[in-house]
Ligand binder design. Structure first.
Ligand code: SF4
Length: 272
């Protein structure tokens, strides 16, 4: 799908951590919009998306001079206290345009020069492996959280056809682990998966986070309901998975290979 690109000059780049990200001092979005366009993405219903005529997933705004702005704001924020950053809450910092624009990489360079107390990198893209050199310099002040909602590629294609294949995400987790970058696998939003999913993850990570629409969309599942996501489950005859209790089965499966303290549920799995 063609992505409409615009270049914007933002005034600020660090936003205050609120709501689901209340544990963070700031959130950081290198782009506005996201060409992965996941069906269940709750940002679709936020003003940033609803004010645009174009459909979510078809446009991306590139933030110009992002590094210079971050350099200034980070310096100021650090002078006031602890700085913990969530990157990113309403875009994927490693979506395809990042190959060319390298906004995220430029932000990491700033953070290597002047490290925040903690940086959480949330992505579903194998491109994060390009920045292993910078991530390593942040030592244990960083965690890369790789979204792996399911181990089943046909389920992934059904819900997020424009997002990277599951195999590539698992391979990336392996590369990050081998390089020594702190990681976690994030099953969020939890999609239908197979029984072997936990043992697949066990070979790659020692920390897993599980979240679903009901705990994690910031509205008790209302936003997801409004997006009509249930229909996608009905099409597959998998309505049982669209239920507030379904995550317990996945936790049970994870429990067979992971220790309790390696399994995080919802907000705790995203905390600094
Ligand atoms: S990758 Fe994240 S921000 Fe992008 S569309 Fe999917 S859920 Fe939304």
């Amino acid at each position: 799908m063609q992505t409409e690109l615009l270049y914007k000059n933002p005034k600020t780049i660090l936003n205050k951590g609120t709501g689901f990200l209340i544990d963070y001092s700031h959130s950081l979005n290198p782009y506005t919009g996201c060409s992965f366009g996941c069906s269940y993405c709750y940002v679709r219903q936020m003003p940033v998306s609803t004010f645009r005529k174009a459909e979510w997933g078809t446009w991306v705004d590139v933030k110009k001079e992002a590094a210079a702005i971050l350099r200034r704001e980070l310096h100021k924020a650090k002078s006031k206290g602890k700085v913990t950053i969530f990157m990113s809450s309403s875009t994927d910092p490693y979506q395809p345009i990042e190959y060319k624009e390298q906004v995220t990489r430029s932000l990491l360079e700033v953070m290597v020069d002047n490290p925040p107390d903690f940086l959480f990198v949330q992505t579903r893209s194998p491109l994060v492996r390009r920045d292993i050199d910078l991530l390593l310099q942040l030592k244990d002040h960083v965690r890369v959280s790789m979204t792996v909602e399911t181990d089943l590629e046909d389920i992934r294609k059904h819900f997020t056809p424009q997002a990277p294949p599951i195999k590539a995400r698992l391979k990336t987790l392996e590369l990050l682990r081998d390089a020594g970058v702190p990681t976690q696998a994030t099953i969020a939003p939890m999609l239908p998966s197979s029984e072997v999913f936990p043992s697949l993850l066990k070979q790659l990570v020692n920390r897993v986070c599980v979240d679903d629409y009901f705990m994690g969309d910031g509205s008790g599942g209302r936003r997801t309901r409004n997006l009509g996501i249930r229909k996608l489950y009905e099409k597959l005859g998998l309505e049982d998975w669209y239920d507030p209790s379904a995550y317990r089965m996945v936790i049970e499966r994870l429990n067979s290979v992971f220790a309790d303290e390696q399994i995080y549920v919802s907000q705790k799995g995203f905390a600094p």
